[in-house]
Design a protein around this ligand. Structure first.
Ligand code: PEP
Ligand code: MG
Length: 417
């Protein structure tokens, strides 16, 4: 048995320059560390992110209190536990917190420790991290959902939809999928320049031009796909994350323009966009409590991917409600929405059992930690959403998947979309 000797935590910084937690876990002189990411458009039902609100030195955003908790209480509690028993480690952390949303210790502290443990277990077993999850053979690479235009809470332009993404559906390998996106991104950059807009990027590495409306962005993407010699809707598909939680007031939505309109009218507008731009996936089309709207929408969009992010918050209870309500057919998986590796794997297993697609996701505030790349392969997840081919915290995940594909060699296959 490999017994944990100690856990050490420190405050480091995420891609938005905000403080976050890095935890390092030790078995004798061997250690692994992991960094917790942080969202901007967060769901109400997500696990809690603990910060030192009263400490104005870092504008109330520092994490010294949860860091200290790891260094003292958690380190002591986990001492002598078997590093390979992830369920036990996570159970101890969950019990130590004792609240539904991990409000006492903070999910950011718990998750950093949980991920670090999973990494160290793989290191001690001398296996790559992706082999330390659910899949034991026949590893498959996920399709990237690559974010190419940022709006909403991730940019300071006027785009209402948060993420405009492309998915290279006809790619035969992961490296080819990245190449296809690379070509489109370069053509998109040219087009944005020609229009006289800035080619600076948003939080997730996609361009953030000062475009006013969703359709202008969609037209631009179709143009870039065509210019790249690809067929929209066949070789490459357009996918969206609306993040509609941010666009709701009195049960009305301002998704398609500044004007708030009813669910029925919003659905009509969505259907027009889906047809016109051959959109293949829509995440969070409606708010996190609007189960009726989700159900209505799903019944009218059976052929495309409808993804629950803020709706499910990687939470088994909410996924079960959504399944019974027929709300979606896919789930976005974000480790820090629930707070431990074990609970994340439980949600993935259940989602796959009910026939949902699983999409592993970064957060808009992320880091050089590429844990989610291995998680995607190790859980047989269909897709990964981890930003654009810009900003090292996004590219780190793509690079890790390229390495995994190379290691798998002739055994590597793409997953189903
Ligand atoms: C998302 O909404 O899917 C996302 C990645 O953004 P954030 O991390 O800000 O929630
Ligand atoms: Mg989302």
């Amino acid at each position: 048995m490999s017994k944990i000797t100690k856990v050490v935590a420190r405050q480091v910084f995420d891609s938005r320059g905000n403080p976050t937690i890095e935890a390092e876990i030790f078995v004798k002189n061997l250690s692994s560390s992991s960094i917790c990411p942080s969202g901007a458009s967060t769901g109400t039902y997500e696990a809690f992110e603990k910060r030192d609100k009263a400490n104005k030195k870092y504008l109330g955003k520092s994490v010294f209190i949860p860091v200290k908790y790891i260094n003292t209480v958690i380190s002591k509690k986990l001492k002598n536990q078997n590093i390979h028993n992830q369920e036990r480690i996570d159970h101890i952390l969950i019990k130590l917190d004792g609240t539904k949303q991990k409000k006492k210790i903070g999910a950011n502290a718990i998750l950093a420790v949980s991920m670090a443990a999973k990494k160290l277990s793989a290191k001690i077993k001398k296996i790559p991290l992706y082999k330390n999850f659910l899949v034991k053979s026949n590893y498959k690479l996920p399709y990237p959902l690559m974010n190419i235009i940022n709006g909403g809470a991730h940019a300071n332009n006027r785009l209402r939809i948060q993420e405009f993404m492309i998915r290279p559906d006809r790619a035969k390998s992961f490296s080819e999928s990245v190449r296809m996106c690379f070509i489109v991104i370069n053509n998109l950059k040219k087009l944005i320049k020609q229009m006289g807009y800035s080619t600076s990027v948003g939080d997730e590495g996609g361009f953030a031009p000062m475009i006013n409306d969703n359709e202008s962005a969609l037209k631009l993407i179709v143009k870039a796909i065509n210019l790249s010699g690809f067929k929209n809707g066949k070789d490459i598909s357009i996918c969206l994350d609306v993040a509609a939680n941010e666009l709701i007031k009195n049960k009305k939505y301002s998704i398609h323009s500044k004007k708030f309109i009813s669910v029925d009218k919003s659905i009509q507008n969505y259907l027009k966009l889906i047809k016109k731009y051959k959109i293949k996936s829509i995440e969070d089309p409606f708010g996190e409590n609007d189960w009726t709207a989700w159900n209505k929408f799903l019944s009218k969009t059976q052929k495309i991917q409808i993804v629950g992010d803020d709706l499910f918050v990687t939470n088994l209870e909410r996924l079960k409600v959504g399944f019974l309500n027929m709300s979606a057919n896919s789930i976005l998986i974000k480790l820090n929405q629930i707070g431990t590796v074990t609970e994340t794997l439980e949600v993935i297993k259940f989602a796959q059992l009910i026939g949902y697609k699983t999409i592993i996701s970064h957060r808009s505030g992320d880091s050089e930690d590429s844990f989610i790349a291995d998680l995607a392969v190790g859980t047989n997840s269909n897709q990964i959403k981890t930003g654009s081919l810009a900003r090292s915290e996004r590219v780190a995940k793509y690079n890790q998947l390229i390495r995994i594909e190379e290691k798998l060699g002739k055994y590597s296959k793409m997953n189903t979309i």
